[in-house]
Design a protein around this ligand. Structure first.
Ligand code: NDP
Length: 336
């Protein structure tokens, strides 16, 4: 009999890749989406008819309980969150409700209605904030310094609490940044790939950024925050394989998933604009309105434990990843 999985937040970058992975492994997959008037989810339209869909919101315990009751899962992946660190300063209450307490609601739904199911919590590198370390391993303590990271740290520690207090199989991936053509336009790598493609293709109406302004202004400039920020960026398609391996483990544990390499925003711009034959310095400006109130320092994700115990390691280089994203956006933002 095929295993059943419930993905909370299936419309996300990770949720959509995870659904594809689980389907390829013969799972029966149900995914939750938020109830909206206009139901169009770009990341999952190709999955309609292949997965079950339930409406659920992390703010609403009853909706989560219904999704768990109806799907009868063997494995539950909580991928959903208010996932945008930059928005968490302007929405601290909402971020806490969804990203922190929402994870606890999801665990409560599983504890009551599918107590034997394995539960995966999407933890983030942001739980380490500005910590003084070169690379993160699983034993580094939380030191989050923004509302999103603090909410994720709470959810991460509650996951451990549920594992230790209720004997549930609760595990987590402490994932460093991971990107793909399905990354939302709130995030810097996707802004860069989309802007490079729009400029190259001469798109007149580029998508809007989080300030509600065109991603590429009338002078052909992409506005970003701190160009010197460095991140450990991997490929989302590979990171969902790590999630699945973490859940198949014999004991519930948390694992750091990263590439152990960092690149600056500047370097990301150079790779993307070079790929379309443009000079990034002619097209990218740093806009102080887009700076974070507090930065996180450079930190690498040391994935040695995942490699040793799960056999997982990243395969796609950052340069390849940026090119994959630019190619996808050249196709997406075409003038017809
Ligand atoms: P996305 O930003 O692509 O998607 C977020 C998802 O959360 C969407 O499906 C969204 O639904 C859903 N969501 C938001 N609010 C609610 C709510 N109140 N109730 C139910 N669902 C909600 O996420 P990613 O794929 O980038 O990331 C997946 C998870 O991993 C997130 O928890 C994120 O915080 C975490 N993470 C991501 C990293 C990354 O680099 N991508 C790094 C480390 C952790 P809708 O489509 O309706 O908006």
């Amino acid at each position: 009999m095929s295993k059943k999985a419930l993905i909370i937040g299936v419309s996300s970058q990770d949720g959509s890749y995870l659904a594809e992975l689980l389907l390829s492994k013969g799972y029966e997959v149900t995914g939750t989406v938020r109830h909206t008037t206009n139901f169009y989810q770009e990341n999952i339209t190709h999955l309609y008819g292949k997965i079950g869909i339930e409406a659920a919101d992390l703010i609403d315990l009853e909706s989560l309980a219904n999704a768990v009751r109806k799907s009868k899962p063997d494995e539950v992946y909580n991928i959903a969150a208010q996932s945008i660190p930059a928005d968490s300063w302007t929405h601290p209450f909402y971020t806490g409700e969804v990203t922190a307490l929402g994870a606890v609601r999801a665990m409560e739904a599983v504890r009551h209605f599918a107590p034997g199911a394995k539960f995966y919590q999407a933890t983030s590198r942001e739980i380490y904030g500005n910590i003084q370390a070169e690379a993160a391993t699983e034993d580094l303590l939380c030191d989050a310094n923004n509302p999103y990271g603090i909410a994720k740290a709470y959810a991460h520690m509650m996951a451990r609490c549920y594992r230790e207090s209720f004997g549930m199989f609760v595990c987590g991936g402490i994932l460093f940044n991971h990107e793909s053509p399905r990354r939302s336009l709130h995030f810097v790598t996707r802004k860069i790939s989309a802007a490079a493609a729009c400029i190259k293709n001469g798109v007149k109406n580029p998508p809007l950024n989080e300030l509600g302004e065109p991603l590429v202004d009338k002078n052909g400039k992409l506005h970003l925050g701190n160009l010197d920020s460095k991140r450990d960026w991997g490929y989302a398609k590979e990171y969902v394989e790590a999630m699945w391996l973490i859940v198949q483990n014999s004991t519930p544990k948390d694992y750091v998933i990263g590439t152990n390499k960092t690149y600056s925003v500047r370097e990301a711009c150079k790779i993307a604009f070079d790929h379309v034959g443009l000079n990034w310095e002619d097209h990218v400006v740093s806009n102080e309105k887009l700076l974070r109130p507090t930065e996180i320092k450079e930190l690498k994700g040391d994935y040695s434990l995942a490699k040793k115990e799960l056999g997982w390691e990243p395969k796609t280089s950052f340069e390849q990843l940026m090119k994959i994203m630019v190619e996808a956006d050249l196709e997406r933002f075409k003038i017809h």
